[in-house]
Design a protein around this ligand. Structure first.
Ligand code: AMP
Length: 457
């Protein structure tokens, strides 16, 4: 199928050509005809599948025909869990709507000054992209007229549910006229999401796109066993000195850890910055702009802050701390391998992470192969698999030269509950065995290959 077959407005098709897209992605191919036919949809599709265009193109198609209702209020409302995702949706609206006359896109996000938002909302708005909390404030102050609203999009609804925004979302939905189209996008369509959909959507068409496994095919997943924080820091420094690493997102468990790690990395000569929810909007926008423009090589981020980041230059995602929820793992590693590129996802795991690790592997259906960097081997290999055989551990050549340091000039370059009772045995068995350096010596690369991941077999 081509975009021409989708019956979108010619001005939209022109913008698609400019974007370099030749064929619709599966979510676009399935969702766009349903949306143009006026149906509500609930779709399982993650970031990276082209879901933004899947709803934005039909939304813009509506806007090509003037509204019959005289109002300044928005015709399209997109709710997102995070500010970053909202900004990306706004950018996509501007990009795909550039040949349509006078499409006014407004973002209403928490952390931004009210006076500016009040001014934006006093003018005509076509597409309003908002995080739920701040939007509720404006609705309660009577600043938004929803009389001409035609489409409500709930983007990453699972995340809004996880983050406790769903009451706000339902309040917003109850404040708008009932004759609009509602679209719900979510990484998974589990029972909680289905309940939300049952309350907010009318006879929705259900669209299910690619399994987690298929989605991750272009991302090589690697595991490094670690002993302690110092071991993690040394490994991270080593990985970041890989010349093949163009840009990386390093995930930490807490905001404070993100700040500390970014400072430490900067002190080691890496071009690194933190991104988390305690930063004000200006700082966050500046950091993301630097990342997009290649001026920032290493972004140290928390889950929420990094959700939805779409930067093609990100070659590596490093889980300095494993995520608490298996689903976050998928979201994290999906920050690399964007737009068809390949990517590398490295996870650090210590003995106490074994249950998290198992949940992640069960969720993705993919066993993560462990790697070692000679000279930086873990003192203990924390676990064996369920058959009590050691994990395959390819050896990795450690780069000999550590003199290279990155400077600014180089910068271009859920809950998955299910208590998992059978794990503890294998894990305690594994801890009692030490992991000998001899396992690796025979595999050391001797040819000076610059990649620390070059395998010898
Ligand atoms: P999303 O899932 O909306 O985060 O989109 C992921 C990436 O895919 C973005 O960089 C889009 O620009 C890109 N994209 C969206 N639709 C297409 C398409 N039909 N062909 C190629 N790339 C696309």
């Amino acid at each position: 199928m081509s975009f021409e077959n989708l019956n979108l407005h010619p001005h939209i098709l022109k913008a698609i050509v400019d974007s370099g897209y030749t064929t619709p992605t599966p979510i676009q191919e399935q969702a766009i005809p349903e949306l143009l036919a006026g149906h509500d949809i609930m779709a399982s599709a993650q970031t990276g599948t082209g879901k933004t265009a899947a709803f934005m193109l039909p939304a813009l198609h509506r806007l090509a025909t003037p509204s019959k209702t005289h109002s300044r209020g928005p015709r399209i409302l997109v709710l997102t869990p995070t500010r970053e995702l909202a900004l990306q949706v706004s950018d996509a609206a501007t990009k795909y709507g550039k040949y349509l006359p006078r499409i006014k896109v407004v973002s209403i996000l928490g952390g931004m000054p009210y006076p500016l938002q009040n001014k934006l909302l006093s003018q005509p708005v076509d597409i309003l992209v908002a995080t739920p909390g701040r939007l509720i404030d404006h609705i309660q102050r009577g600043r938004i007229n929803f009389s001409r609203l035609e489409m409500l999009v709930l983007d990453e609804a699972d995340r809004m549910l996880d983050m406790g925004f769903i009451d706000d979302v339902e309040k917003i939905a109850s404040a708008i006229p009932t004759d609009h189209q509602t679209l719900l996008f979510s990484a998974t369509l589990d029972s909680n999401i289905t309940k939300v959909a049952a309350r907010l959507l009318k006879s929705p068409k259900r669209i299910q796109i690619a399994t987690q496994q298929a989605k991750l095919d272009n991302i090589e997943q690697r595991l490094h066993y670690v002993d302690d924080l110092s071991h993690k820091n040394r490994l991270l420094d080593h990985l970041l000195r890989d010349m093949e690493l163009k840009q990386a997102i390093v995930f930490t468990a807490t905001k404070r850890d993100a700040d500390t790690l970014a400072d430490n990395l900067s002190a080691q000569g890496h071009v690194a910055s933190a991104l988390h929810g305690d930063m004000n909007q200006r700082e966050r926008t500046r950091t993301l702009t630097n990342l997009r423009h290649g001026k920032l090589r290493v972004l140290v981020a928390t889950d929420v802050a990094a959700r939805g980041i779409d930067v093609v230059g990100i070659t590596h995602v490093i889980n300095f701390d494993l995520p608490k929820f298996a689903e976050d793992y998928v979201h994290r590693i999906g920050r690399t391998g964007r737009a068809g590129a390949s990517g590398i996802a490295v996870s650090f795991a210590s003995g106490k992470d074994s249950i998290h690790l198992k949940k992640i592997e069960r969720f993705t259906g993919h066993r993560i192969v462990s790697h070692v960097v000679p000279g930086l081997e873990p003192r203990h290999k924390p676990r064996f698999d369920s058959t009590n055989t050691p994990r395959a551990t390819p050896s990795i050549a450690r780069k000999r030269s550590r003199s290279h340091s990155w400077s600014n000039n180089d910068s271009n370059g859920r809950s998955f509950s299910g208590a998992n009772g059978n794990h503890s045995n294998s894990s305690s068995n594994s801890r009692s065995r030490s992991f000998s350096n001899d396992d690796n010596r025979g595999n050391l690369i001797k040819n000076g290959n610059s990649s620390p991941y070059a395998r010898t077999k």
